[in-house]
Design a protein around this ligand. Structure first.
Ligand SMILES: [Zn+2]
Ligand SMILES: [Zn+2]
Length: 262
């Protein structure tokens, strides 16, 4: 095991961290009240009775794209009332401070990650790559690439089982492992929508994230997600699954981690 915090010296072309052209970032509608801004990291926009909710904010520098997407819905920046951060990694909270500044929205996060967000630190040391060469290489490349982001004040804490007041039919699910304060969300509409954060991605099938803080806890958290009913899976990395999500999830054999030293 090696740590992300050890700092890889592998030179990385910046293209890895540049989102594709503006066309690829066009907002797409997934349901009447659910939109995705696709990218290296997806951003979701939900229409609720309590205003627009933005779920994760992408890398630093994405706030203007998110606001363009908001305007494309015929809404103004201050119609964004809530920003929900699934966990403290830089690809999810990178634009949170800028977006909060532009919108005045309330920022929500889990208490275990909120202090890191407020300090602008984004990674805990000692992350373990998931099985496979791709993950080993990517985790070396990504190690320490974006170590800090602009700090963001977290206004509201949200914990396992909580139902946020902006969406009473949404349940927060604490899923540590990839990141200790990571939250998934289950939205009881459209046949059930699961937002699994980085518990898994969709890369031609559901796959473990590149690296995790605690592999065994990560697998336990994935199992916990399987106790919910859902039809759609709104992953943060890769394409959302728009039907048959639970069946796809249950057919997936997630890689297992070798025991340390083996
Ligand atoms: Zn992550
Ligand atoms: Zn991520």
């Amino acid at each position: 095991m090696f740590g992300w915090g050890n700092g890889s010296k592998v030179p990385v072309p910046n293209v890895w961290f540049r989102e594709k052209g503006s066309n690829s970032m066009a907002l797409k509608q997934l349901a009447d009240d659910l939109y995705i801004l696709p990218g290296l990291v997806n951003v979701y926009i939900l229409k609720t009775d309590a205003g627009l909710v933005v779920l994760d904010t992408g890398f630093p520098g994405r706030a203007s794209k998110i606001l363009d997407a908001v305007r494309s819905l015929g809404k103004a920046p201050d119609d964004v009332r809530h920003i929900v951060l699934t966990h403290c990694h830089p690809d999810h909270i990178g634009s949170a401070a800028a977006l909060k500044r532009e919108t005045g929205a309330i920022v929500w996060a889990h208490p275990l990650d909120a202090p890191m967000m407020e300090a602008g630190t984004t990674m805990r040391d000692g992350m373990c790559p998931s099985p496979g060469w791709r993950n080993l290489i990517l985790s070396k490349i990504l190690a320490g690439k974006v170590a800090t982001v602009e700090p963001v004040k977290v206004d509201r804490l949200i914990e396992d089982g909580d139902r946020p007041d902006f969406a009473p039919d949404m349940t927060a699910i604490h899923i540590p492992g990839h990141c200790n304060g990571q939250l998934a969300f289950h939205w009881a509409r459209h046949g059930g929508v699961l937002f699994p954060a980085d518990a898994f991605a969709n890369r031609r099938g559901l796959k473990l994230p590149v690296a995790t803080e605690d592999p065994q806890l990560a697998l336990a958290s994935i199992a916990k997600l399987g106790t919910f009913d859902f039809d759609k899976i709104c992953v943060m990395h890769g394409s959302p699954v728009m039907q048959g999500g639970a069946a796809m999830f249950r057919q997936t054999q997630f890689d297992t981690f070798k025991k340390k030293g083996s």
